[in-house]
Structures are given as C-alpha cells and as structure tokens.
Design a protein around this ligand. Structure first.
Ligand SMILES: *Cc1c(COP(=O)(O)O)cnc(C)c1O
Length: 420
C-alpha cells in the first residue's frame, strides 16, 4: 500500500538488515510504546525534532488550545509575530524570518533567495550532507538516499545537477579549488555548521572560517542549514559556539514542538526580496499555522529552563563514555562523535570527520547493534549514519538501562561468528 511501508524512507529497516519496521502507537516522556504495548527508551527522537520528549504537558496544552480555537485561519495571527520575535531574540542574526512547513522548504527557499540576491545559479554543498528532498540538494545527498543505495539523482534533471558542486566536508583545500573553479557562478555555500546527518561531525578548526572567507571573496552567500543544530545544543543557533555568522539560516525540526514547521531568515536586505515585498516567491497554505506556532512558542518557553542543556550534555556524556568503555571491553571498534546532548555511534577504528569516513564504518555491526538494542527495549535510529538524541525526560535510570542493554548486545556481538 505505502511504498516501502513508510512515509519517509529513513524509517525503513532496509539499512539495518531489513524486515518490517516496528510500529508505534504512543509516546510518553522518554518512552515510545509499540503496537504490542512494549516500552522502548527512545533515542531516535523522531530524527531530531523532539527534545522535551513525547507529549510534554506544556506542548499538549498549547496544541489542545490551538485545536479548540482553530488550527488554520489563512490570515496573519499574533502568534506568528510573537514566534518570529522569540526566534530573533534567540538568534539575532535572524533580522527577518519567514515560516514554512518543513525544513526542506526552508532550505529550498534560502537557496532560491541566495540565487536571486546574487543573480547566480550554482551552489556548493558538502558530500553526504542532507538538506531536505528538493531537486538541487538531492545531488550526492546524505543519510537517507546513501543508506538505501538509491541513486542520489534519480528523477533529478541533469540540468539541475550541473548547478551543484559537491565537496568533502572538513576539506578546506577541496573547497578552495571548487571556489577557484566556479566562484564567479556561485550563489551560495550551503552547510550544516555541525553535521547532524552522517553522524554528528563537528567542523574542524578553520573550516567554517574558510567557507566564510571564500564565499566573501567570490561574492556568494553562506547558508547555514540549522534544521538539526539550532536549539539542539544551546538555546538558539550554534553560531555563537562556533564564532561565525551566516547570511541566511534555515530552521526546522525542534522549533515546531513536534508539529510540522520550518523557518528561514537572516540579513534584512536579503529577506526584503521575499514576496510580497520582493520578487522571490515562497508561499504555504499551512505556513505559520496556529497549531505549529503555538506549540513552537510553548517549546521555546520550556527550553529556557535553567540548566536544561547542561543536563542533556551530562546524560549524553555518560552514555557515550559508557558505550566506549563497553565496546573496548568486548573488542568492538567504535567511534563516538558527541556535541552536547547528541552523538553518533560509528563502528570503525578510524575517526569520522567526513562522509567517506562515516560510509566506511561497518554497517553490519551497526545493524547487529541496532537489533540487539531494539530487542532489549532501546530504540535507536535505523541507520549507521543517524545520531542519537538525548531528550530532557531521559533519566539516569534510563541511561543505566541503556548501558545494560548495550553490554548484553556487545557481548552477543563479540560471541557471534566472524563474518567472512
Ligand atoms: C531534516 C532535515 C532537513 C529537512 O527537513 P524536513 O522537515 O524533513 O523537510 C533539512 N536539513 C537538515 C540538516 C535536516 O536534518
């Protein structure tokens, strides 16, 4: 009925040994419950949008109120103005901001704006980076397509693919060469400032500076795709952590409090090009709908609780340290890249700093780990490329239970006959 049984390909278990994925019916706090009533500790966090856990009371209240008072008006509302102001208070670089329904739309429009502003058509993106599912960024795209082995560009016209220059992440030299060759045609360099889509991969020192310097030299804009990173590691953008400032920023996932949303914004003179003020068209029947926006407002309020991000980091550190100690004990090669409350588990001996490194990690070991953890009531992302996200309701007991499940799984993996 539904192609592959899923409404988004990353939900399939194709990359972790196949078979039907688990079906879930209910979430509460740190837990998801499957159709048989079994409880799982959830680190998938819906691939990134969830940070307060499932059915957080403040979000339930906001969504219930929106349901009672109308979920869609097709008119401006005071909620969206307040939300835009709160976003700008958190991210001052969002001098002006527009809401969309998804991260895909946000990045897509930011790129369209960059093209309009510069009058150029090419973009640089980084190998393995995922920026949504519009044509331009499905050229050498990341986790979803790469995991499933679907040709990146099936259905994407060759003419579109010719406008995309792909460079390895964390490779300033390759970037400089690409800019030397295509700089005069370049509208934007699009980048996740901290990669969240082939694992968590932080930028190496000077990599982001190189992006900004080269973009400035050739007259291209820098677009930060912060659909995963914003509000994940701190309240706001990661730009202050990294000491950089993008021209345009795309948001999504977390900011909707679990309802569909996206947003893009940045320098006022660029945003002035957006219709109806300017000639760059972007629209959406559902964009800025009261339900998503009121959930987003409640979410931003809750995220300002003192110590929230330190708490996420402490739990993620305990998990990462525990997993590394256990993998060491059982002789299983494991690299953990962690930033704040998010980390990735790559089964390899080599550090992961590019997509090629992530690709080289052992998918069969990850599949065995995923399945072992699932059997023991821990839900991980069904792909070796995706990150674990710690959520506010994860307790120390959940961390301990997760590490006990990992120990049993590693023991089982170490005892399994070596694959040829
Ligand atoms: C998820 C994601 C997107 C796409 O967002 P959707 O809401 O799924 O369309 C874009 N960029 C990044 C970095 C993402 O992780």
């Amino acid at each position: 009925m539904i192609p592959g049984g899923v409404n988004s390909p990353s939900r399939s278990y194709k990359a972790v040994g196949g078979g039907a994925p688990r079906f879930f019916v209910r979430g509460e706090g740190a837990y998801l419950y499957d159709v048989d009533g079994r409880r799982y500790i959830d680190y998938l966090a819906a691939f990134g949008p969830l940070i307060l856990g499932h059915a957080h009371p403040a979000l339930v209240r906001a969504i219930r109120q929106a349901a009672e008072e109308g979920t869609l008006f097709g008119t401006p509302t005071p909620y969206e103005v307040e939300f835009a102001e709160r976003l700008r208070a958190a991210i001052p670089e969002l001098e002006r901001v527009r809401l969309t329904n998804s991260g895909t739309e946000a990045v897509m429009t930011a790129v369209r704006l960059a093209r309009a502003y510069t009058g150029r058509s090419k973009i640089i993106k980084f190998a393995g980076a995922y920026h949504g599912h519009f044509d331009l960024v499905l050229v050498a795209a990341g986790s979803g397509p790469a995991t499933l082995g679907v040709p990146d560009a099936a259905g994407v016209p060759a003419a579109v693919a010719r406008d995309v220059v792909t460079v390895p992440y964390n490779d300033s030299e390759a970037l400089a060469l690409a800019v030397e060759r295509f700089g005069s045609e370049l509208a934007a360099i699009v980048v996740e400032p901290i990669v969240g889509n082939f694992g968590i991969v932080p930028p190496e020192p000077a990599f982001l500076e190189a992006i900004h310097r080269l973009a400035r030299e050739c007259g291209a804009l820098v677009v930060y795709d912060e659909v995963i990173t914003a509000f994940r590691f701190r309240y706001g953008s990661v730009m202050p952590m990294l000491g950089t400032r993008a021209d345009l920023i795309a948001l999504g996932k977390i900011i909707g409090g679990g309802l569909p949303i996206g947003a893009y914004g940045g320098r006022a003179e660029i945003m002035a090009l957006v219709a109806p003020e300017g000639p760059v068209y972007q629209a959406g029947t559902m964009a800025g709908n009261p339900a998503s926006v009121r959930a987003g407002l409640a979410l931003l309020e809750a995220l300002q609780a003192p110590g929230l991000y330190d708490g996420l980091e402490a739990k993620a550190r305990a998990l990462a340290d525990g997993l590394l100690a256990l993998s060491d004990r059982y002789g299983i090669p494991l690299q953990i890249n962690r930033v704040g409350g998010a980390f990735s588990t790559h089964f390899t001996d080599r550090p992961v700093r590019t997509y090629a490194d992530a690709e080289a990690a052992d998918g069969a070991l990850y599949a065995a780990f995923f399945r072992g953890m699932l059997r023991r009531g821990v839900l991980l992302p069904p792909s070796k490329f995706e990150a674990w996200f710690v959520m506010v309701p994860h307790s120390d007991a959940d961390v301990a239970e997760t590490l006990a499940a990992a120990e049993a799984t590693f023991r089982e993996m170490a005892a399994a006959p070596r694959r040829p």
